[in-house]
Design a protein around this ligand. Structure first.
Ligand code: LMR
Length: 327
């Protein structure tokens, strides 16, 4: 009798402990805190704590402090971290090549265009393709449009010839660089500054907020505002972890994610605009704005990439994007 009472007490104690135990979500990302993604992640952490009344603690690890690009998704799949927001390009190497469609040069004219895709059926379809990989997609977060940097001016397609450019691991980006005679070099985000500083690569492409917060402008003499492509993110969680959460907690986290997405996407353009002000103020790099004709020439030089990469990203993906953009 005494023993069974003791057992019951122990069981009740355990149940109470389990009920009170804090759920920890490790959220790893590779960029600085002062970026659209960095800020949205912090906002999500705050909202998650608020809405779950402290039952969930989101620990945000910025600046590749836990994992570099390639390791991130693997870490999520084995449950070493629960949440990430990799750029859309990073799903190609995972085998979900359709995501590389977002890397196609000059695909979107504006953020409004992009949202037609990420917030419509194409976006939902792409997220669904992650599930067989044990990944659940929660939201698309914006960063912005990319520009090129180098130590020589980049105005015409000929200016890219023979130069090595760091790119993310994406076949579409490789083809993009080759289309203008550049030499693509895949490299982790955290290694770019040093590679530029030591001349391992000659140039790179990124959003202005990434260029500024990684201090790229301090080791590159020229920044050409090309807006030739886009970088944004898919916020993902390990599916097993997500499905195993108590339903009430999961819906509170969904709400926190909704609010963080609105917040992050609202500030993204401004973050990039402010970063450009910072780059200009630094006086370390010459900022060059392409004329309409120069931008058109670059667009034309890169146009064949769409057809060349159609098989990789899927003709149906391209058709769905074209349809989404036309609506
Ligand atoms: C890059 O690798 O250049 C970007 O994907 C980094 C990021 O997450 O914005």
């Amino acid at each position: 009798m005494k023993v069974s009472k003791l057992l019951l007490g122990l069981l009740l104690g355990c149940a109470a402990w389990v009920a009170n135990a804090q759920i920890v979500i490790k959220f790893s990302h590779v960029v600085a805190v002062d970026t659209p993604k960095g800020k949205a992640a912090e906002y999500f952490a705050k909202k998650a704590a608020e809405l779950t009344k402290g039952k969930v603690k989101v620990e945000v690890y910025a600046n590749s402090s836990l994992y570099k690009d390639k390791e991130e998704i693997e870490a999520l799949q084995i449950g070493a971290v629960q949440m990430l927001a990799p750029s859309l390009s990073k799903f190609g190497p995972l085998g979900v090549k359709e995501f590389e469609a977002f890397d196609l040069p000059f695909l979107f004219d504006s953020t409004a265009d992009l949202h037609k895709i990420t917030q419509g059926p194409v976006g939902a379809g792409l997220m669904a393709r992650l599930e067989p990989k044990g990944i659940k997609g929660l939201a698309f977060w914006d960063n912005g449009f990319k520009s090129f940097t180098a130590n020589t001016p980049l105005k015409t397609p000929a200016d890219f010839k023979g130069k090595k450019f760091r790119i993310q691991s994406s076949k579409v980006l490789e083809e993009q660089m080759r289309s203008v005679g550049g030499i693509p070099q895949v490299m982790a985000f955290s290694e770019v500054y040093q590679a530029l500083q030591t001349g391992v690569v000659d140039g790179t492409e990124n959003t202005i907020s990434n260029i500024y917060t990684q201090k790229t402008h301090e080791v590159q003499k020229y920044l050409s505002l090309t807006n030739h492509g886009y970088i944004g993110y898919a916020v993902i969680v390990q599916k097993k972890f997500w499905d195993g959460l108590p339903a009430d907690i999961r819906s509170q986290l969904e709400q926190a994610m909704k609010e963080a997405t609105v917040y992050g996407n609202d500030i993204a353009q401004d973050e990039n605009d402010q970063a450009l002000v910072g780059v200009r103020k630094s006086g370390r790099t010459t900022v060059y704005e392409l004329t309409t004709e120069e931008r058109l020439a670059l667009k034309q030089a890169m146009a064949p990439v769409h057809a060349r990469m159609a098989d990789r990203v899927g003709k149906d993906t391209l058709q769905a994007i074209a349809k989404g953009l036309a609506e």
